[in-house]
Ligand binder design. Structure first.
Ligand SMILES: [Cu+2]
Length: 219
């Protein structure tokens, strides 16, 4: 009696197994081959239109005339003084379980023995203090690259955010001092295509920026 029961159970288990495997194959087939009706006529038409547009413009080589608008516009920019600080320590950082912020830990780092940093005030290495902490600082403008069109009236607001004192020259407009917390505004008209430089004499060679003036589009 027991043998018959076991045999019957085996047959049942095999049948279930076959059914499951058939269902699995069916499901996989549906995943691999989504029914065609999932692509609507509307979507297909949009695709055809987009293809037609892109192929017609590339095949006919339609002239692109306006890389920049042929009209004078007012452009205004806010330029921050910035210094980036790489703060580290000659000793590896230790995990702090009570700190409100959990920052990535740094390994033990020594200041470079032979510095490759150019002379000038733009870079500064502060040697380790008694706790082993040291810093590498780099000054910059943010933004340091600006693009305008020939003929634009350009207003530049220089903002003293980081660094106590800067002395800034913008090509063709003169030089001014800028302390932390001050804003100095410079206006110019970008008459000629090319580059207008702005530099901070205190933090050379890296605290520099460029205004790229694009030429007027020929019509
Ligand atoms: Cu500066």
């Amino acid at each position: 009696m027991a043998v018959v029961f076991i045999a019957a159970s085996l047959v049942t288990a095999m049948m279930i197994g076959i059914n499951n495997s058939q269902n699995l194959q069916k499901a996989m087939a549906e995943d691999d081959y989504p029914p065609e009706t999932s692509i609507t006529t509307e979507t297909a038409n949009e695709y055809k239109t987009a293809s037609a547009n892109s192929s017609s413009s590339s095949m006919t080589g339609a002239a692109v005339k306006a890389v920049n608008p042929d009209q004078t516009t007012n452009k205004e920019f806010w330029i921050n003084t910035v210094h980036l600080d790489g703060m580290t320590n000659i000793n590896a950082a230790v995990k702090c379980d009570t700190c409100p912020q959990n920052t990535p830990l740094h390994p033990a780092e020594q200041p470079p023995v032979n510095s490759t940093v150019p002379t000038g005030g733009g870079f500064k290495i502060t040697e380790p203090n008694k706790a082993g902490a040291w810093d590498f600082r780099s000054f910059t403008f943010s933004p340091s690259q600006i693009v305008v069109n020939q003929g634009d009236k350009v207003t530049l607001h220089f903002i003293g955010v980081q660094g106590a004192h800067h002395v800034v020259t913008v090509d063709g407009t003169g030089t001014f001092e800028l302390n932390r917390g001050q804003i100095n505004t410079v206006s110019l008209v970008a008459n000629n295509p090319g580059i207008i430089n702005y530099v901070c004499h205190v933090h050379l060679p890296n605290m520099v920026g460029q205004i790229l003036v694009l030429p007027k589009a020929s019509v």
